[in-house]
Design a protein. Sequence first.
Lengths: 180, 267
Amino acid sequence: MIFFLLLLVLVVIAQIAEFFIPVLPWLYDAHVYIVPVIVFYGAMALPFPLMLALALCAGLLLDALTVQVIGGKVEISAGSSILLYGVLAGLMHGLRPLFARGHWEVHCILSGVGTSLIVLTQYLMIAFRRGSPIFTREVWWQIGGPGLIAMALAPIVFLFLQWMARMTGYSYVLERGRFE
Amino acid sequence: MSRANVIALLIFGAILGYFLSFGPESTRKFKAGVYQLLAPFLSRGSGLQKQITSVRTGLKSLEQMERENANLQVENRALRATNQALRDVEHEVNRMRHALNYRERSVFKLIAAEVITRDSSTWWRTVTINRGKRDGVEPDTPVVTDEGLIGKTTSVSDSISVVLLISDENCKLAASVEGSREQGIVSGERVTAGLNPSLDLNFLSKQADLKPGKKVYTSGMGGVFPSGLLIGAVKSFRIRELDGQAQLTPAVDLSHLEDVFVVTGRK
């Protein structure tokens, strides 16, 4: 439980930090997203109910901080990010056995893919609402760039969270027997 | 699936359904509430970011000094550091004086505000300012600098507001071109690579033939933006199938926003 609460606090801190991390001009102004990596780690390390709770909080924050109400219209309805995080975290949760056996590489790659999927889904939602999905090189880089960055960040974030899990006495490895 | 998992899934579904049912007003309130909760952290983060930037600038000048003079003395270094700090103060004073002058000169009633964060999402161009309902800011209020228009407020909480920049595709405003009868709608581009994007002025007549450098102002139609606010200058003009379109360079450098003003009415 302590570890779950720590993850929650980290999600909030990371979400605030994202405001102050500049975009990467050499990657077509791609944003750096840390929250999805933390949520995806939580999806593998936490039991199902807590994983859902983490996805719920991260989705709520993302919705509250990004969704715009313009001229009395909501472009992406509140709750859509919760659903997105829920589904992606659920998929990652299904790969727990692999994670428990110490195969992190798949999850690092999937963290990147998941991050890009979140950005892509947001883009598709606004593009269809605005009436014209345009896919230029900039769009693809702004979708793929955050995923690549998340992929690169994932091992560091995972190692840090693993260390935190050890410090708080939390171990998903206790459940290892169930997967083997 | 265990019973606990099923219950968790049901609760998750119920909460999700609750949020999905939100209308625009509930979403705006929810957004304002969360921003209000995070306001102290965002303001503090902004201060911290400025300090870090200042330290980084200081380090850079130290490196340059080392290159220029390997035998730099400690006393000299201290003096330069003090000088740097004073320059920061001078810059701050100049900025404030400039802002104050503009507020006094302006024909609008203005509330001074400071930009505390830039957009954290890929698809919306926004900034957050440190003024909210408590200071008299309302949603859909124009925000300007002494150089021109930068956008309008969307979500407003007690002490913090989100400003949608004119470079966002969704921030549409009626505009007129100086020295002509041409009127059109200005909007940003959905995706831009580069910190200072162009704006599009659409629905011009095909005969408009606007020359680069012509200034574009808000026309006052639509109700949100008063007339006479400078938006930008014409960069190029092209004729499309049904209308003419001009590309504009924003009057304000949207990548370096520090002090802004919320327009609350005319004096």
